[in-house]
Design a protein around this ligand. Sequence first.
Ligand code: ADP
Ligand code: MG
Length: 303
Amino acid sequence: MAWGGHHDQVSAFVLPVNLVDSVRSDPSPQRDTWLDTLPGVVAEFADRWSLEVGLPYQPGGRCAWVAPARDRAGRDLALKVAWQHDEALDEADGLRAWAGNGTVILHNSATVASTSILLLERCHPGTPLGGALPEPEQDEIVAGLLRRLWQAPTGGHPFRPLQIMCDAWVAQFRQRLADAPGALDSGLARAGIEMFRTLPATADRQVLLCTDLHAGNILAAQREVWLAIDPKPYLGDPTYDPLQHMLNCERRLLTDPVGLAHRMADLLDLDSDRLVSWLFARCVQESVDQPALRNVAIRLAPH
Ligand SMILES: Nc1ncnc2c1ncn2[C@@H]1O[C@H](COP(=O)(O)OP(=O)(O)O)[C@@H](O)[C@H]1O
Ligand SMILES: [Mg+2]
């Protein structure tokens, strides 16, 4: 591993390629400005928390600069400096509520303007589940982690209800449809929007959700075989939570979406009709940008 004092980092600051790619594809100048602040923030927190910081993980994620770090006590940690987009607002509080039970442990956190800085337990070797095991085995690991994440106590922090995220998506979806009229059958669009309204409101229990658990956000570790990273905590219907993993399982999603929903519902003791409805809503929403999902939405549509 390459270690450098933070002064070396400032003179030749290395960026994760996925982060560069995502900032480039964002037309607003806001995130370019944010990228310029990164070397200063990393140096400031390396100093404040007495860390030696290595080179960032590659190819990395799309919203954060993450690198291995070591503190004065010699602990192996990871420093995450993230663009604080809306869904990630409660990442630190969620990790505190989970307290390492299925997720990485949070050792320290801070917020500076629209940047969140997290000092995390390091996953070693850190191999993502996605490249390590075939999908049917990933299903079981995702389900095992979700069952545990749903047990977290939620009293200490006012996590936002899932309805808030669904409302934001509906607003975004309407805007995208207005920009691309005819991109989607209007009946299908209305039915999807209706699901985003009714499903959060009719859940029979409310739990702390990860909302972004997928095989890229589950890393091989030592304290446990697999640990979750990068949660976007909300409070709501557990049936929502397997969706991000399912949306990533492209071949099964395109060939047998109902079978995939039944499989995950079985593993998680969830109502499979309800999971089909959630999957329908997400496929409608995503199909504006991913036309292949339109047929999936049609197959899942309520009769
Ligand atoms: N605690 C950790 N231990 C080891 N590697 C990590 C850790 N957290 C993140 N990473 C690495 O950094 C990458 C990006 O982190 P992530 O939290 O998923 O950010 P993003 O929000 O950009 O997706 C991960 O894919 C992984 O390679
Ligand atoms: Mg991630």
